[in-house]
Design a protein around this ligand. Sequence first.
Ligand code: AMP
Ligand code: ZN
Length: 471
Amino acid sequence: MQLHLYNTATRNKDAFESLTPGLVKVYCCGPTVYHFAHIGNLRTYVFEDLLRRTLEALGYNVNHVVNITDVGHLTSDADTGEDKMEKGARREGKSAWDIAEYYTQAFQKDWKALRLLEPTAWPRATAHIAEQIALIQELEKKDYTYTVPNDGIYFDTAKFPRYPDFAKLDIEGLQAGARVAVTEGKRNPTDFALWKFSPSDAQRQMEWDSPWGRGFPGWHVECSAMAMKLLGETLDIHCGGADHIRVHHTNEIAQSECATGKPFARFWLHGGWLLEAPDGDGKGGKMSKSAGEFVTLDVLVKQGYSPMDYRYFCLTAHYRNYLNFSHAGLDSARDSLRNLRKRTDPLIGKATPIRSDRGLEWRTKFLESVCDDLNFPQALGILNLALKDPDVLEGEKAGLIVEWDRLLGLGLTEAETSEAVELPDDLKSLLTERAEARKNKDWKRSDAIRDQFRDRGFVLKDNPDGSVSVN
Ligand code: AMP
Ligand code: ZN
């Protein structure tokens, strides 16, 4: 079946074919590890996971790279302000290296809990300084760079006439509006730092020697350098959140294409934002880390939701649309997932091959939705209708669920291990209490606790070896 994906570069739903038959090279901008990821960030990674699963269902091998930004992302997109890592280090009284390690691990824990497939590689920016320096040298050789004294090495965007095209930027408007805000010495408001010099009056924790003096790489250059090192000069698909279109991805395209003379990525996919509901002061909009307060996956788990409730919530909206976050919305996702599991749990282990016309028809409809620019909300609707269809045999329904869950990633067919599920503290103590009750053959209490888990969206299973799985 032909996959169509909305390509930001063409503003069109384009038919997707990979450059190398059977292999798709995907690069996804990863987290800046100076703080926990919020559920908005995680929404973007869920969408990227759905893309990966779709490509795999269509028979492709996917080389999937997600970077870890552990240096160089400044608090302002205009290349001013502090490095977010150094800011995080000061906030917590730890070293920038410890901060990076701690929040990388926290991020990867969320990744696993959301059943996101492990990427092929997790390259860290600090482990690829030499590649970033080499890329800047190539740009320097081709005369795309200039020095801003006491600041850094900048890319001259006026030398790349296609610069405004990707984000449809109004360069004249930007120039008029930026007269005051532009860093002194920058030739054009859109020019960006490739290498920043360490400040002379303060000691940075993360800094390296370079042909231009001691300093650190700019944020954009890391993605181009790592993507090209691990995936080659032309990627099949580059992904990120929609906030990256105007600056970060526009800059990645400029520096990569000027260095290699080749297209950097054939498809650009962008996820819509998770929005916060307006508070009493009417503040809402895009959920963001720098705003201070934000919701993490751990917060949701402490409130009694499971990571799969959040994954289901993400599946209910098309990935390119805004999604308003609210507890009412999440409650409704949890109810829908519970109802779905009530139907699918009894089917576990009963899958038979799908041979009936009706079964095959549902299978095609589901795949058609997914291949239409990852229309998972529609696919979920089809799944629910198929499960209710009296003309499809139970074994075929079970077979469809096995296939479809490989795409949805909700764990509908597996007895999950409790490893992936982070339980709230009160449920953890209830689990201990239940083990005690079972030891004392107090089956009534044990069953009552199991029901309490069910009410909170978790399914307990007693394994023959005496262990307990939490789904
Ligand atoms: P960061 O850790 O800030 O570099 O962002 C990691 C990823 O999350 C990037 O792909 C961003 O575009 C994306 N992102 C940031 N905020 C949101 C949001 N509110 N909704 C969806 N994606 C977001
Ligand atoms: Zn990036």
